[in-house]
Design a binder for this molecule. Structure first.
Ligand SMILES: Cc1cc2nc3c(=O)[nH]c(=O)nc-3n(C[C@H](O)[C@H](O)[C@H](O)COP(=O)(O)O)c2cc1C
Length: 221
């Protein structure tokens, strides 16, 4: 009888353990696999979406006119000016887009914790660029435009100049702002680029006319 009881106890223990083990392995498989699949599918979906929009929107003319207008614009003002410069010069145009777009909250300069305040307070920050990389081969002149943030160039401009070679290229900075001048931003960009012939930059008003742009460019020669 004692022997029967110990056999029964041993069987219960074995079944009990394998049942537990079974539950556990089902749990692990059940919980992680769909999750892993789902998150990797989501990540892939996001990447494809980003890559797709980059390709669709990156307006790089591969034939090249020898002149390129490069700009970053968070709210459209610099974009408008960049397009006028491109129209006047017959240049190709390339937009620097942030991989992580700037939201209205990010752009709030009244918030000491906003993304832009933090970025501008740290000169070493290099926000990632989301637009397809542009080749500067064949360009002799580049106009490079941006809004003034806290008296300087947005840090993403430093990302751009540090990831390109301006050897043999004349670079002309321009900016838009609420009133501040171009300040040291052009010099900062030249220093960080480390190559190219950088001319003194200029602040252009949002309503600048094509004639004004023409006479500015004439004055550069
Ligand atoms: C975070 C932030 C900081 C700014 N800092 C300045 C500044 O120091 N001086 C200034 O005149 N305007 C400043 N502005 C205003 C922008 O330079 C101006 O609105 C610019 O034309 C916006 O260009 P965009 O529409 O191409 O982004 C700032 C704007 C933002 C969002």
């Amino acid at each position: 009888m004692k022997r029967m009881i110990s056999i029964l106890t041993a069987m219960m223990l074995v079944f009990g353990l394998s049942a537990c083990a079974g539950t556990e392995s089902t749990k692990v498989t059940g919980n992680t696999e769909p999750e892993t699949l789902e998150s990797s599918q989501m990540a892939e979906g996001n990447l494809q979406k980003e890559a797709g929009s980059v390709n669709e929107e990156g307006s790089v003319n591969e034939e090249g006119s020898g002149v390129l207008v490069v700009y970053f614009s968070a709210t459209g003002t610099t974009k408008g000016v960049a397009e006028k410069i491109a129209a006047v010069t017959g240049a190709d145009i390339y937009e620097i887009k942030a991989a992580q777009e700037y939201t209205a909250a990010d752009l709030n300069w009244n918030d000491s914790n906003s993304r832009t305040t933090k970025e501008q307070n740290d000169p070493s920050v290099r926000p990632q660029i989301g637009s397809e990389a542009v080749s500067l081969d064949g360009y002799k002149t580049i106009y490079i435009g941006y809004p003034i943030w806290w008296g300087e160039e947005p840090r993403i401009m430093d990302t751009f100049v540090e990831s390109n070679n301006f050897e043999g290229i004349t670079v002309i900075p321009f900016c838009t702002s609420g009133g501040s001048g171009i300040g040291r931003s052009g010099q900062n960009l030249a220093d960080n680029a480390g190559s190219g012939t950088w001319l003194e930059g200029k602040r252009l008003g949002s309503g600048v006319s094509e004639d004004e742009i023409r006479s500015w460019i004439e004055g550069l020669k």
